[in-house]
Design a protein around this ligand. Structure first.
Ligand code: TRP
Length: 329
């Protein structure tokens, strides 16, 4: 039996190279070795009042992007959170034993409350219980998450333990963090800021076409050039070489590295090469993405089948939880 892995995808914007070489690539590898449930966390997104017309649209876009990247619905279960209502019942049970004090102490809650003081709602407060329910409904043992989710994971383990202790059962496994940051390649920004990120506004998106990519890469920050042979590379130049490392061939990397070392490098050529190789990397993903985006019935079918599989697993868990709690039949 393969170990169960669950991860939620926050529906925020389009995927960029940083996402790809971070979480997405790990998901693609994990789907071969684990029984994976990946879902689009659209219920969680209600804490910040999205517009009705954006909700389905963004779930479909995200689904299409993950599929285009290589999440295979034959291997992993990919679904939309709001299609599997079983989680709500578990959310309710967990909330009955979640204490106001511990919820208020969560740093993510405190931060959100600070950011949107006009809308400190109960959904924000109980975000960790919904997240725990997402995980525990499938009795997951591993959860791939970034550093920012560690406290939420602590809470999920606490709720699992509390349920087990309270009813004297060994029912929920305690889900472990599956740290993404160790394996993931950190993709730098091209603007000299440390990392590629949406809030940094320096992203190359997987759906960017070659002209857009070229414009973005040509604007990359560089320096005046090496002044002595074999000198260490300053960060902005190292960043460019990181791109060569991930999207170009080894020969190309070595070629430019040599040019750096003998001080004959021309940044214009380097950037052209990087732009070309990123475009070549993106192209097949972009094509698949456009195929999916143009095929709504297929997306809907994949989402429906994913939801069915997820429901089967969730319904079994909730049925047993009801019995443990004392609801019969
Ligand atoms: N909180 C996660 C994030 O912000 C998203 C999420 C929701 C999640 N439910 C989850 C992640 C369950 C892992 C497991 O990124």
């Amino acid at each position: 039996m393969k170990e169960i892995v669950v991860s939620g995808i926050r529906p925020t914007g389009n995927l960029h190279l940083g996402n790809y070489f971070g979480a997405v690539k790990s998901f693609i590898q994990m789907q071969n070795d684990y029984n994976c449930y990946f879902f689009i966390a659209d219920w969680h997104s209600l804490t910040t009042r999205p517009k009705p017309e954006d909700i389905v649209q963004s779930a479909h876009t995200i689904l299409a992007e993950y599929l285009a990247c290589g999440i295979d619905p034959e291997k992993a279960t990919i679904y939309v959170q709001s299609d599997v209502k079983e989680v709500l019942e578990l959310y309710l049970y967990l909330n009955m034993n979640a204490y106001l004090g511990e919820m208020e102490r969560c740093t993510t809650f405190k931060e959100k409350a600070r950011k949107q003081p006009e809308n400190v709602n109960a959904g924000l407060l109980t975000y960790p219980t919904l997240m725990a329910a997402d995980i525990l409904q499938h009795k997951a043992v591993k959860v791939p998450v970034g550093k920012d989710q560690e406290q939420n994971m602590e809470m999920a383990r606490k709720f699992a333990r509390r349920f087990n202790t309270m009813y004297g059962v060994d029912f929920f496994p305690e889900p472990q963090n599956f740290s993404l940051s160790e394996k993931a390649v950190k993709i730098p920004g091209l603007d000299g800021s440390g990392k590629m990120g949406k809030s940094e506004g320096n992203c190359i998106y997987l759906m960017d076409d070659s002209e857009t990519i070229r414009k973005k890469v040509m604007k990359a920050v560089t320096d005046a050039g090496p002044t002595a042979p074999n000198s260490p590379k300053p960060e902005v130049i190292e960043n460019l070489f990181t791109f060569l490392d991930i999207v170009s061939t080894k020969d190309t990397y070595d070629f430019f590295n040599e040019k750096w070392n003998d001080c004959s490098i021309r940044y214009g050529d380097l950037k052209k090469q990087i732009a070309q190789d990123i475009a070549a990397f993106n192209e097949p993903i972009r094509e698949r993405l456009m195929d999916y985006a143009a095929n709504k019935p297929l997306l809907e079918k994949i989402a429906r089948q994913g939801a069915e599989k997820a429901r089967e697993s969730a319904a079994q868990t909730v049925k047993e939880v009801r019995e443990i709690i004392g609801f019969k039949g």
